[in-house]
Design a protein around this ligand. Structure first.
Ligand SMILES: [Mg+2]
Length: 348
């Protein structure tokens, strides 16, 4: 059995799954405690959730005495378990926040430049849309798609948090949080644990930075992991589980405990991009992503109306305009409180 001093698990899709898996948590807790006893191992949960959200979803596990020794929230901010709860590593958290802010600026600039290069170079490109964290290129045919993806990979090679994803006739360059790996490196440095004794388990693109031989020499993923995550685990000769979510994570821990690590793809596994269900899911996600910002619009309209009311009140606006502005408010007051507009009774 290889020495495991640090176990790092992602949360959603890795140890947090459907309610039907609840009965597995007891066994999962025993496995973690087994590693703690045998190797004095430390358990870290690394998630993109905020601390508040983490506490909310993780509170039921306190009853099962499942408590991580460290928590990394928002992909980067470190908290360690103490007798009084989880304490923030303030200095580190401020430093990493600044680094992430600087990275966002660099990404935005890089995507804008990339968009300007793609448009004139490829004539069979239908559209190019550039956002602050992603860029999407729609192509007329598959061959152009491959050429565009290859070009983009070369162009972004110096940006560690930009990844290229191909989907049907579309190529997407997306900013993927890279700070999980850095934060785990910081915890390992704090505990004086080398990468050869670190195991990382994750399922999403934001976990790729921690499924890296420079961070951890042991890795694993459940069956529901993204294809790029499975590829990262396969390259590291880690364990690709044949079960999803928590059952898969339990399988990874058992595989390392029993020395039965396997990087084979699960039987019957199919690349999700080739299945209709995956495409539908992506489209649904996109349609959710283009909602109108009704709340912002309502706040803006209310702010403009209040400003005009104030100008009218102080006589800055002409009387006729002021009357038009105050009319809707008077109508509302009349509807809510009819007596407000009635003339006072004559005194006797
Ligand atoms: Mg996940």
């Amino acid at each position: 059995m290889r020495e495991v001093r640090l176990i790092v698990c992602d949360l959603d899709g890795t140890i947090l799954g459907p309610v039907s898996e609840y009965s597995l948590y007891g066994h999962f807790g025993e496995l973690i405690n087994d590693f703690r006893r045998r190797h004095n191992a430390v358990w870290v949960v690394c998630t993109g959730r905020s601390m508040k959200s983490f506490r909310k979803v993780f509170s039921p596990f306190k009853a099962l005495d499942i408590r991580p020794d460290f928590i990394i929230v928002e992909h980067a901010h470190i908290y360690s378990a103490t007798g009084f709860g989880y304490m923030a590593h303030w200095l580190w958290n401020i430093r990493i926040r600044f680094a992430a802010w600087r990275s966002r600026r660099v990404v935005k600039k890089a995507l804008t430049e990339l968009g300007q290069k793609v448009r004139p170079r490829f004539h069979k490109v239908r559209s190019v849309s550039v956002g602050s964290e992603s860029m999407r290129v729609r192509c007329q045919d598959g061959a152009t798609c491959v050429e565009v993806a290859e070009f983009m990979r070369k162009e972004i090679s110096r940006h560690r948090n930009l990844n290229v994803f191909e989907q049907l006739l579309e190529v997407e360059v997306r900013s993927v949080p890279f700070t999980k790996g850095i934060a785990i490196g910081e915890v390992a440095r704090h505990l004086e644990v080398g990468s050869e004794a670190i195991m990382t388990i994750g399922d999403g693109h934001n976990d790729i930075s921690m499924l890296n031989p420079g961070i951890a020499c042991m890795s694993g993923c459940p069956m529901n992991a993204e294809p790029e995550v499975m590829e990262a685990v396969r390259v590291m000769a880690g364990h690709i589980a044949s079960k999803p979510v928590l059952a898969g994570t339990v399988e990874v821990l058992e595989a390392y405990r029993d020395g039965e690590v396997s990087s084979e793809l699960p039987e019957g596994w199919e690349h999700p991009a080739l299945t209709t269900a995956y495409s539908d899911r992506k489209l649904r996600k996109r349609s959710r992503g283009v909602k109108m910002p009704w709340r912002s619009i309502a706040i803006f309209v209310a702010a403009v109306y209040v400003s005009l009311m104030a100008l009218s009140k102080f006589g800055i606006l002409p009387g006729a305009v002021g009357g038009i502005i105050t009319k809707p408010l008077n109508v509302i007051i009349e509807l809510i409180w009819p007596s407000a507009s009635e003339p006072p009774l004559p005194s006797t």
